[in-house]
Design a protein around this ligand. Structure first.
Ligand SMILES: Cc1cc2nc3c(=O)[nH]c(=O)nc-3n(C[C@H](O)[C@H](O)[C@H](O)COP(=O)(O)OP(=O)(O)OC[C@H]3O[C@@H](n4cnc5c(N)ncnc54)[C@H](O)[C@@H]3O)c2cc1C
Length: 425
């Protein structure tokens, strides 16, 4: 499809991060105008607020890709505009965009499967997404977000890569603080090479610092952890994938000194004085296919802090039907929202995979489908509709103080980095 130079179509993209910016990339190459709305000041999504800040080089590379794509003459950006809050879905549909793409990611932590446990959020229980957000931004002088308190002997419940990162954060924060009390200042980037190395250099162990360390609980075995994307389609591939998963976990544990408990499913809570003080686990009989809880095998683990990292789901958007926090799509080929001929969903919001490559690849695939099977047959917008859309966009941009220069906006609003505060890489 070649729409170069034409003003036929205007596409609204909600969420401008990895997936949203890939959609913009695919569409602008074909001369299609895009309006990117993001709930945040900058559209960097989980690259900024999820990927832990020790990945500073990867973060900067990914963010500069996003910025390049949005800094395009065919793209309008609207910051701090959340679908469902600042624009309702019903109102959006009346703007008459050629198509709407939801690239809104997965920001809702999956709840622990324990009755009423969420009542203890902030009272002995944290969830991964706000915890990592705090970790990534807490060094910024202007940070005014929610503060999180690290405690020793914490429990992390999870099993994916993000849960290993949560355990790593806990360990690095505790060791850094204890070393600081002894007058030893170690940078995050030094810590990132391994707590074991930092401590060996000081001739110290966790015991010397009075740290017990945290424990990661997983309901299956180490070899079942979703830690690698290696194919598992033949017995050889399965064996290789299992080994790789074990290697990844062991590497993290050797470097960051946390413990691991496999085959433990959280089933109940222990509380005291309005705080969560422990979790009851039931042992499981698990292999690559099954994961069955063993009746009567309950174990109570007391802990001052539980961090749940059992996956992220798309946040529900008012006006859009979802079931079990998943948007209903017509088919995986088009990822069209059921009931709407021109609404598509891409990236983490639909793949359920917390992975940069998968989000980007999915967004590319769906954009190609939109171009080849939908936009090509879509009636061009009238000049009147285009003027109307542009007027509405300009009004929202003015409300947010955005003057249309994306490049300047990105420069001004990029948060202060640890490196700028004197942390050496
Ligand atoms: C702790 C952690 C570690 C990770 N480590 C890795 C790793 O090592 N390697 C890797 O490949 N991946 C990693 N990931 C995952 C990776 O960062 C994400 O999968 C990927 O960045 C998701 O991209 P996305 O564009 O699909 O979604 P997101 O980045 O979530 O983007 C969604 C965008 O939509 C915006 N938005 C959301 N709702 C609305 C709304 N209603 N209206 C308007 N805008 C909205 C958001 O502000 C955001 O900009 C990690 C994630 C975490 C949490």
């Amino acid at each position: 499809m070649d729409n170069k130079g034409s003003k036929k179509h205007f596409v609204a993209v909600f969420g401008g991060a990895v997936a949203g910016s890939e959609v913009v990339n695919q569409l602008t190459v074909q001369g299609i105008h895009c309006v990117v709305f993001d709930q945040n000041i900058l559209p960097h999504g989980k690259i900024e607020d999820g990927l832990p800040k020790w990945h500073s080089k990867q973060r900067d590379t990914e963010e500069s890709h996003i910025n390049e794509r949005l800094n395009h003459p065919l793209v309008q950006f609207v910051p701090q505009c959340k679908l469902g809050r600042d624009i309702s879905f019903q109102e959006l549909m009346q703007w008459n965009f050629s198509a709407v793409v939801l690239a809104t990611g997965a920001w809702k932590d999956r709840s622990l499967p324990i009755l009423d446990i969420d009542n203890y959020t902030g009272k002995g229980l944290y969830y991964q997404n706000p915890f990592v957000y705090w970790y990534n931004h807490k060094h910024e002088p202007a940070f005014t977000g929610k503060e999180f308190e690290i405690k020793d002997d914490a429990i992390v419940i999870g099993g994916g890569l993000a849960s290993l990162d949560v355990a790593k954060i806990l360990m690095m924060e505790m060791v850094t603080a204890k070393l600081k009390q002894r007058g030893i200042v170690v940078s995050l980037f030094e810590m990132n090479h391994g707590i074991h190395k930092v401590l060996a250099k000081q001739n110290l162990g966790l015991d010397d610092l009075g740290i017990k360390g945290c424990t990661l609980y997983y309901r299956r075995r180490d070899e079942d952890m979703p830690l690698s994307h290696l194919a598992a389609d033949t017995p050889e591939h399965i064996a290789r994938a299992k080994l790789t998963r074990q290697k990844i976990l062991n590497n993290y544990m050797n470097k960051f000194l946390f413990r691991f408990q496999p085959c433990m499913a959280p089933v109940d809570k222990v509380t005291e004085n309005e705080r969560l003080t422990g979790i009851v686990f039931r042992r499981t009989d698990a292999d690559e296919k099954k994961c069955v809880e063993i009746p009567g095998s309950e174990i109570t683990v007391n802990t001052p802090l539980v961090i749940s990292s059992i996956g992220s789901l798309p946040e529900p958007i008012e006006g859009i039907t979802s079931s079990n926090s998943t948007f209903k799509i017509e088919s995986e080929v088009s990822c069209k929202l059921i009931g709407y001929e021109n609404v598509f969903i891409v990236g983490n919001a639909v793949t359920g995979k917390g992975n940069i490559h998968d989000s980007s690849h999915h967004a590319k695939q769906i954009s190609q489908w939109m171009l080849e099977h939908f936009l090509i047959n879509r009636q061009p917008l009238t000049e009147e509709t285009i003027v109307d859309i542009m007027n509405r966009v300009k009004q929202l941009q003015e409300q947010k103080g955005y003057n249309g220069n994306y490049s300047d906006w990105a420069k001004i609003h990029t948060p202060i980095r640890l490196e700028q505060l004197g942390e050496s890489l």
